[in-house]
Structure formats: structure tokens, C-alpha cells
Ligand binder design. Sequence first.
Ligand code: I6G
Length: 706
Amino acid sequence: MVDRQKTDVAALTEAEALAELERLSALLLAANAAYHTQDAPEISDAEYDALKRRNLAIEAKFPHLKRADSPSDQIGAAVAEGFGKIAHEIRMLSLENAFDDADVVDFEDRIRKYLGHDGPIAFTAEPKIDGLSLSLRYEQGQLVQAATRGDGEVGENVTQNARTISDIPQTLADAPDVLEVRGEVYMSHTDFQALNERQVARGGKTFANPRNAAAGSLRQLDPGITAERPLSFFAYAWGAVSAPLAETQMNSINRLRALGFSINQLTKVCNTAAEMLDHYHDIEARRASLGYDIDGVVYKVNELALQRRLGFRSTTPRWAIAHKFPAELAWTRLLAIDIQVGRTGALSPVARLQPVTVGGVVVSNATLHNEDYILGRDSKGEAIRGSKDIRVGDWVQVYRAGDVIPKIADVDLSQRPNTAQPYEFPTFCSECNSPAVREEGDAVRRCTGGLICPAQAVERLRHFVGRAAFDIEGLGAKQVEAFYRDEWVRTPADIFTLRARFGTGIQQLKNREGWGAKSAENLFDAIDEKRKIPLNRVIFALGIRHVGENSASLLANHYSTWDQFEAAMTHATIGEGAEWDELLAIDGVGGVLAASVIAAFQNDKERAAIDALAAELDIQAVAKRGPVDSPVAGKTVVFTGTLEKMTRAEAKARAESLGAKVSGSVSAKTDLLVAGPGAGSKAKAAADLGVQTIDEDGWIALIGDA
Ligand code: I6G
């Protein structure tokens, strides 16, 4: 909804102003909810700002009409504040994605290699429901807690709301003492249509699709509203359990059904990749008639013993994958091409489109990736879209797959206006005018301005305060941008000195649009709360090129403390030396990522910003996962020779999950050498150093069922 009541503020009567303040308050409240708690912004930033400005202008003209709950005094995720937080006893992970049949064959192949397994491996295959995940905790058969996924570690407490969903049993007979059931809350097509019709009749907000409706209905502060909304629930997994449900995935799901949960009837055991793909195509063919939205098929290794052996990467299980359905398509007009300068200086072309609905969502922007993409070439120089270039004015086909940013799939040349000109990609940064260069082998043209480029600096700050990074309550992208514009905050460290610089002059903050004395004080408190922060979040928040959430966790898990990480990056040399070898030995860290991290720590300007930030923080060491009483916890282990009962990758992952550090070479620091047949120089070095040496059976006996 957009502000349509354009009456000039100066011309408003008192009665009109009162009504208008009420209307604006409701609009802004809804916009905040959509943005912060549903991740589904409904209005643009510019529209949001315009509404806020109008609200302020009316308050300035009629100060006595200012509402006690004025949106001018509210910041950030006020709506989500109402929910308590619940730390998941076992993390709620996400799934790796497969986009085509080859990815699925590859998934099966990787599992086989990891396990060193030649025989058949069974998998379950089931529809992936497009809703929102929920974890239900039962103790002694009573539902005691329901939590959303949140960031996987901590979710929102929606227990009262979950109690209103009829598919969710309140009590269980014959369940383990502790049982966490995980699954998806969703809304069926008929319920969704009926809800929207009711909303229209009441003059309330309608929902763009069933997923938004389910999310908006579950995350209501008033459980009475959730109770009126027709939500459903499918159980598909479990978290903490005091006793195993069964020995296989399929039987565990069947046990959940016996306990009273709805499980998806299309869940099936498949024995080969070909059977999995058959089931996928079967489910895809029935998609339109299922009566609820699904966005793919999930495959899981059926034997739980094999799932345990396969274990987890930092955020996804190795034993499961989500095979997504192909994207949805629509045709529309390309109105303009804008360039956005990103956190790493990348000049990213963005297509501005005549708004079009694609799969239930209105799309008005799409990514154009880079200049080659616009010209009709991929990163290897091969033709895409039959080499058709993209021009402003073109009739283009847009596609959307899941949550990814929409893309342009095709151009209809027969609809190209005669006046359409080939797009000329800029060679200077539109923000700081520094040359934008394209390095050999890089598909992307980058601004060379570094931190002097306001766009890069702001993007880094936006990244820094993002959800997966510092996630400071009340300090979102908008606020940090405003602080940058006013020169209050230039680098992340400046955020942590705000109270010292402006705390006594709260008036200054208060005078800014949208801030009151209380919200300013709350902001300083929220900033202080985030001084104590886990290492992986800090590494991710630095915004180093190629370091995503996953790789930040890999680095944090490996180095454990900020001091060890910082020392290693300071002493490392790109391409050689012990620190470089150690970085590359981390499963999942490659040369490009390693070089990028070292370069960031060894660039004077970047380093100054990193050091200033670290000085403001209390960075938490990574708590070692895995049983503390593991016989190998804290030990440095080396594997050598041939392993016959497990692959090297499995042995390493298992040792690490038990708290051991796995090294590639024997030294005085080595505690244990596991030597299979054919062990050579490492066995000799271990003998010379007096390092304890055992064979593979000795290793299995040592770790047992730990
Ligand atoms: O996000 C998910 C959707 C469906 C899942 C999932 C699922 O099973 C049908 N299963 C797991 C184990 C996880 N996420 C982590």
C-alpha cells in the first residue's frame, strides 16, 4: 500500500490530521512488520521514508495530536521484540540445494565416496513444503515449547500460537521423555483464498502468497489472531530426543505419525538416484493438484547410522539435499539499467522492470550480474540466451527460483524498439568517480576507490549490521546509512564509540528523524550488548570478499579464538608457508578465499579498521562442539597410510567432531598417529618423536560410540 492521501499538510484540518496520523501509524506499523519480521518488504525504502516524513510534518504542525505510540519514536524490529527467544538445544540447519538431475547424481556419488560404500544406499524422498519451519518440544508427552527457526541457533518463542494449530498435538502418548519434533507450518490453497477474501471483506491486509500468510499468521503477538488463521503442520524431522525414534528416517517419520502428527503421504524410500529422480518428476507432475505450495523434493539418507557417519558441514547436513523445482517465468518490459556499487566494489547492473507477478510475488527488479551477461555471454565467454544482448526498452522474460534474486532468462527480439541502443557499461564508479577496472579472469568490474568510495563504505556497514553479522536491535541498514551520511559512523568501530561521543548529547540523536530519548538510550544499550559476540559472526561481519557465513564458521571453528586467527592471518604469506598450508587444510577453504582473507589483514587501511573494531569487542572463542569427555578432545591427531573401514574425509570429520585437531604432518605437537598399511615417513617421524601410534582398529576402539 502506498500513501495515496496527498493532501498538503498545511491544508489539513485538525480532524483530518488526527485521522491521517492514525492511518500513517497503521501503514508504518505494517511496513515495519513486513520488513523486519516477515522478510517481505511491501513498500520501497523511498515510499517508507515519504510516509515517515509526512507523519513527522503533521506532528510538527499539530504537536498536541502526536500519538503515544507515534511511529516517529519507533525504530527497527519493534514488532519482533514481543517474542521471547529460545535457544535450540540442537541447531536447526538448512539444506544444501540441488538444481538439476546431475546435482542429485553427484549428491549420491559424494555420499558413496565419503562412506567408501559400493552397495546400495537407500534414501527417503518427500515434497519440500513452502512454509516456515517450526520446532516443537515435548517433555513427558506435554507440548512445552514451540520455536521458529530464527538464525538456526536461536528462534522466536511462538508456543502460544502453535497451540492453536489443530495439526499440532498438545499431548503425546508413548513418546520419549524429551522429544523435539520439527516440521513446516503452511497454509493450504483453499484456506489461503478464504483468508484473503475475509481480509478484503474486513478491509484488512491481504497476503501475496500462502507462505507469507502462514508466516504472518504464526508470528502474531496476539495468539487469538493465529487461532483465527487456518494453519497446518507437517512433521518431517526431530531435534533433541531422549531415546531414538527408530533406526531409519522412514521409520522415524512413521513413528511421528503414530504419535499423532501429520506426515506427508508422498514420502517414499528410493534405492537409487534414478528412483529419486523418478519420484521427483512424479511429485512435480502432481504439484498443481496437491492443494498446498511446495518448492522441491528433499532427499535424506535413510539409515540413521549412515546419517551419523556422514555428519554435518558447518550449516548443512551431508546426508540430505533439497532438489528445487525450476523457476517461475513471466514477460515484462525493461525500463532502465542502474548500477549498484557493492561492499567489495563490484559494479552490479540491476534491471528496473515494469512490475510483473512471478509465482505470486511482484517483481520490479532483477539482477543482470555483469557486463558479459548483458552482452549475452557467460563467465567462460560462452553464448547465453542465443547471444542476445539486453537493452533498455526490451521485452524480457523474468524468472524467480525460491528466494533467489529474480533474473532475466530471455529477450524477445521481435519486440525490441527501433530506438533501443546497446548498453554501455560504465568504466568509472558512479559514486566516487574512481576508475572501475576489470581484472584478468574476473567477470566483474570493480570500483578501485576502496574505503574512500561512499558506496563501498556504506555497503560494508550495512553488511556489518546485517542479521547474520552484528544484528544490532534498532540499528538497521537505514539507520547506519543515515549515520554514515552525517559522518557519525565511518567504519564499524565507530558504532561502538557512539555512546562515548554522543551519549551525553542524546539531544542530538533525539532531534534526528525517528528518534526519541528512549530509543536513543535503547540503541546505545543494544550496541553494548553486541560487544560480546561469537568469533564466526565477527569474521563474517568484516565483509571480506569471498567470506560468507559458511566459510566464516569454518575459519572460526578452526582457529577457535580471535587472537589465534588474527596472529595466523598476520603471519601468513599468500601461496606459501605453514600458515598458508594450515588455511588450505581446512575442509571447505580454497586458495581464492585464503588469499582474500590474508590480503584484507595485510592491507594497512583495512587492518586499521579491523584492529579498531577488535579493540571494542569481547570476541567469544568457539565452544568446542562434541562430547567433552571424548578421549581425543583437544588432541592433535595425524592419519597416515591406507584406512580400510572409513575414508580419510570421514576419519577427519569424525575426529574433529570429537574435539580433536587433525593435522597433515607429524611434529612435537602431535599426540596420536593413526597408521594404516603403507604408512611411511610419518610413522618413522612419530617413532623418533615418541608419539603414540595406533592402527585403524585401535582408533575405532578408542573412539567407540563417542
Ligand atoms: O528445511 C527443511 C525442509 C524439509 C529441512 C528438512 C526438510 O525435510 C523434509 N530436513 C532437514 C533435516 C532440515 N531442513 C535441516
